[in-house]
Design a protein around this ligand. Structure first.
Ligand code: NAP
Length: 289
C-alpha cells in the first residue's frame, strides 16, 4: 500500500476562498470588516516573520489588521494596558499577542487578560472550558486544522480509535477534545504512557504532537491508518524541516507531509477565528466555514 497524501496547502487554500466569501458577505450585511490586532513585543526574527505572514494573509482575504510593535523593554503593565484598550475597542474583533513574549512578562497573565470573545488563539481558560464541554466557537488553530484536514479528506472520525501522542495545552489536549467531539474513541498518550506502540498500532487515526524527529516509525502504525504529523524540527544551517513521523507510507492509508500538512492550517484558523469573533460580536450566527 502507498499512503495517500493529505495536502494541507490545497485544503488551506480551499478554506481561504471560503473565508474570503464569508468576509464579503459580512461586509455586505453589516458594512463591517473583521479586524485582527496583532501585538508583538521585541524584534525576535522568527516572530517578525510570523506576524508579517499573518498580516499578509489578512490582506489577501479582505480582513483588516492593525499591528502594535512594541520595544523589547515594554513592561508587563504597559502590555496589559494595551490589551485592555484593544478589549474595549469595538473596531477590533480579534487580538493576537505573538508568543513568546520577553522573559520579564508573565505569559499566563497576558493569556488571561485577552477578552475571551476576542481570543483568536482559543487558549483562554474560558474557551478551553467551552472546548471541554463541546461548545467552543474560538478553537485552538492547530487542533481545528487537524480535524478539518481529516474531514475534508473524507476520513471518518466517528467510532474510530484515535490516538493522540502528546498532551500539550496548545495542541495535544485540544486535538483530543475535538476528536472526542467528533465521536472518536480517543486515547491520549504522553511520556509516561506504557506500551505506547500497542496503543498507536490499534489507532485508525494517529496524531503525533511530540516534538521528536521521526519518533513514530512504521512498526507503530496500523495498516491503513490516517497518520497526522504535527511535529516541526528545523535543522541548524539548513532549510529542511522534519516531522515526528518517519516514512510510514507503506503501511498508512493517509499521511500529512511535513512541510505542507498541518502547518498551513494554523494561520488559516486564526483568520477563521477572527471572522467567527466578528460574527459573535455582531450577534450573527457563526459562519459556515
Ligand atoms: P510540548 O509542549 O513539548 O509537548 C510534547 C508532548 O509530547 C508532551 O505531552 C510529552 O509528554 C510528549 N512526549 C514527549 N516524549 C514522549 C515519549 N517518549 N512518548 C510519548 N509522549 C512523549 O510540545 P507542543 O507544543 O505540543 O509541540 C509538539 C510539536 O508540534 C513540536 O515539534 C512543535 O514545533 C510542533 N507544533 C507544530 C504546529 C504546526 O502548526 N504544525 C503547531 C504547534 C506545535 P509529557 O506531557 O509527559 O511531558
Amino acid at each position: 500500500m502507498s499512503a495517500k497524501i493529505i495536502d494541507g496547502k490545497k485544503i488551506s487554500e480551499e478554506i481561504k476562498n471560503e473565508i474570503k466569501a464569508e468576509v464579503a458577505e459580512l461586509a455586505a450585511k453589516t458594512g463591517k470588516t473583521p479586524c485582527l490586532a496583532v501585538v508583538l513585543v521585541g524584534a525576535d526574527a522568527a516572530s517578525l516573520i510570523y506576524v508579517g505572514s499573518k498580516k499578509k494573509a489578512c490582506e489577501e482575504l479582505g480582513l483588516r489588521s492593525v499591528s502594535h510593535e512594541l520595544p523589547a523593554e515594554t513592561t508587563e503593565e504597559e502590555l496589559l494596558s494595551l490589551i485592555d484598550r484593544l478589549n474595549d475597542d469595538a473596531s477590533v474583533n480579534g487580538i493576537l499577542v505573538q508568543m513568546p513574549v520577553p522573559a520579564h512578562i508573565d505569559e499566563s497573565k497576558i493569556l488571561l487578560r485577552v477578552s475571551p470573545v476576542k481570543d483568536v488563539d482559543g487558549f483562554h481558560p474560558y474557551n478551553a472550558g467551552l472546548l471541554s464541554i463541546g461548545k467552543s466557537v474560538l478553537k485552538p488553530g492547530t487542533a481545528w486544522g487537524i480535524i478539518e484536514l481529516l474531514k475534508r479528506s473524507g476520513i471518518e472520525i466517528a467510532g474510530k480509535n484515535c490516538a493522540v501522542v502528546g498532551r500539550s495545552n496548545i495542541v495535544g489536549k485540544p486535538t483530543a477534545l475535538l476528536l472526542l467531539a467528533e465521536n472518536g474513541t480517543v486515547t491520549v498518550c504522553h511520556s509516561k504512557t506504557q506500551n505506547l506502540a500497542e496503543i498507536t498500532k490499534s489507532a485508525d487515526i494517529l496524531v503525533s504532537v511530540v516534538g521528536k524527529k521521526h519518533f513514530i516509525t512504521q512498526d507503530m502504525v496500523k495498516e491503513g491508518a490516517a497518520v497526522v504529523d504535527v511535529g516541526i524540527h528545523r535543522v541548524e544551517g539548513s532549510k529542511k524541516i522534519y516531522g515526528d513521523v518517519a516514512d510510514v507510507s507503506e503501511k498508512a492509508g493517509w499521511v500529512t507531509p511535513v512541510p505542507g500538512g498541518v502547518g498551513p492550517m494554523t494561520i488559516v484558523c486564526l483568520l477563521v477565528n477572527t471572522l467567527r469573533a466578528a460574527c459573535m460580536q455582531a450577534k450573527l450566527p457563526p459562519p459556515a466555514v
